[in-house]
Design a protein around this ligand. Structure first.
Ligand code: PMV
Length: 332
């Protein structure tokens, strides 16, 4: 099945909508998975092997302004800088935009501003593709539901399917081959005291994309067979932790889930490691603080940075250890 067939199915007659002439702007939050999406069962449609669950980062994410270009090609501005169209970043955006051109005759100008470092494992592609999907919906006046937009955003980046909502979001794996049931679903829960700290170890671009790392892991890691079982267990515990505001259960499940994901990568061939020496050192600091009685946990995506999980009451203790630290209370 091809993406374009799914898009035609979702848009129907609206495939031919004429875009608005004025620029439109949309925002989508970044999200951090507490139970990770790691591995695709369908690489064309970005269908995941398992469900996943994330927390959106409030007003931290991506603002995207989109308009129709008068030139005969697309133009992309990222954080104020014009992007060369031959870069991997531009290629990914253009491939996504290719899905939405009417008769291949229109070109876009995209001006995007991310409030978090790009491609440092801080989920910038999730908020980027979700905000671009929202902007396309506005530009073409499709009036789609978030559920449908979550399917379209998934074609840009899997985790983008969770960035259409704030708060906790589950991306349900779904069962269908066409992925029409593989969508984000917000959880009805508010956890005012839950804090996230972004611990930037390095803001350099990662050397192996998450797409490539997932594929290599599935193809070569003996541990990958255990991953769906691990996710089933962790998802259940994370949902229980959220329902009962059980911070220790949330933290330990999220941390263990991230470590298990990285273990599948270490056992891939050629091996993949997103760990830098400072990443390991920070983990050891966190484990020591926990042993000393401070409830703090971490999670890590496809990058060297760590995301801390803590409660508001421990904010000053945490700030005194980790500087600089970007603090976010997702429900403020
Ligand atoms: O959405 P992608 O293709 O960038 O993959 C995201 C993968 C992780 O960030 C490692 C996990 C997740 O669920 O966000």
């Amino acid at each position: 099945m091809k993406k374009i067939d799914i898009i035609q199915h979702i848009l129907g007659e609206r495939c031919n909508n004429i875009p608005q002439l004025h620029p439109v702007t949309a925002f989508a939050p970044s999200n951090i998975a507490l139970c990770k999406y790691w591995g695709k069962r369908d690489r064309e449609l970005n269908l995941p092997m398992t469900s996943s669950l994330s927390i959106s980062l409030g007003d931290h994410g991506t603002h995207t302004t989109l308009s129709i270009s008068h030139d005969a090609n697309d133009s992309i501005v990222l954080n104020g800088e014009v992007i060369d169209l031959s870069t991997a970043f531009a290629r990914r955006v253009i491939d996504f935009l290719n899905l939405f051109r009417i008769d291949n005759k229109i070109f876009f100008h995209m001006d995007t501003h991310s409030t978090i470092p790009i491609a440092a494992g801080l989920a910038s592609s999730a908020s980027g593709f979700a905000s671009l999907t929202l902007a396309l919906n506005e530009l073409f006046q499709w009036h789609l539901t978030k559920r449908d937009m979550s399917i379209l955003a998934r074609f840009g980046s899997g985790s983008a399917s969770r960035s259409l909502w704030s708060g906790f979001v589950e991306w349900q794996r779904g069962e269908r081959d066409d992925g029409m049931d593989s969508v984000g679903r917000p959880l009805d829960a508010v956890w005012k005291d839950l804090g996230i700290g972004l611990l930037i170890v390095s803001d350099k671009q990662k050397s192996v994309s998450s797409r490539e790392a997932m594929a290599r892991t599935i193809d070569t890691s003996v541990f990958y067979n255990l991953w769906p079982q691990k996710v089933a267990h962790d998802l259940e515990h994370i949902k229980q932790a959220i329902a009962e505001y059980d911070f220790d259960l949330l933290g330990k499940t999220a941390e263990s889930n991230a470590l298990a994901m990285h273990a599948t990568m270490l056992t891939a061939w050629p091996p993949i490691s997103y760990y830098l020496p400072d990443t390991i050192q920070m983990m050891q600091t966190i484990w020591q603080l926990r042993a000393d009685g401070l409830p703090i946990y971490f999670t890590q995506d496809a990058g060297s940075n760590l995301k801390l999980l803590f409660l508001r009451s421990d904010l000053s203790a945490i700030k005194s250890v980790f500087t600089p630290l970007k603090i976010i209370f997702p429900f403020d």
